[in-house]
Ligand binder design. Sequence first.
Ligand SMILES: [Fe+2]
Ligand SMILES: [Fe+2]
Length: 223
Amino acid sequence: MNSWRKACEEALRAHTESDGIRFWKLSHPTEAGLRPVFDYRFEHTLAVVKLARWLAPLAGADPEVVECAAWLHDCRKFLGDVQSKDSHAMDASKVVPGILAGTDFPADKIPAVRHAIERHVGLRLAHPLSPVETACLWDADKLSKIGAASLVHFVAIGGAFGPVDTAGILEKGERWLGLARTITDSMNTEPARQEAERRLAFLIAHYGQLRREWNDPMEPSIP
Ligand SMILES: [Fe+2]
Ligand SMILES: [Fe+2]
């Protein structure tokens, strides 16, 4: 029997690498073959997996369900996809049984993985999610968007969408702070809420420092 983690990672990588090269319109030859300039989707997923491994035991969730859902939650999401109806959660859920077939993942846990994946979207919640595995995936996915690694990912993928400069990064980052507050207020689990507060404080300090560095002393400051 194959390892479910290996199967998830390989299925994810097969999607993210080809999608990354398509979107960047650029690739680098490496010993492992052509690679996109930055495989944003894979790196984001790694962040979510690490958070899932941390959060699941603290929240009392099934660690296999949460980690498996983390690996596959965005495995059918495409860079630059701005369709009015975003179906990437349902699309990912549909391919879960096929990816896990023939692996050592317990078949009776697959419905819980799919439930979590189908409900991981959105940046705010009107009501807490349940069961706890579904709540943990939402929290891990959103925490990944407000940490130090999220800054690395945000800057590294920026050039794929168009030219980037420091002022633009700063403006977008400052706008993101409002949504980061909303995300923090929507956390389902207490450990994630506390971590979100720490990360939000870091982001506020980071962009405050960048603003101080990038304001031009020759220009009058806006009161
Ligand atoms: Fe997603
Ligand atoms: Fe995600």
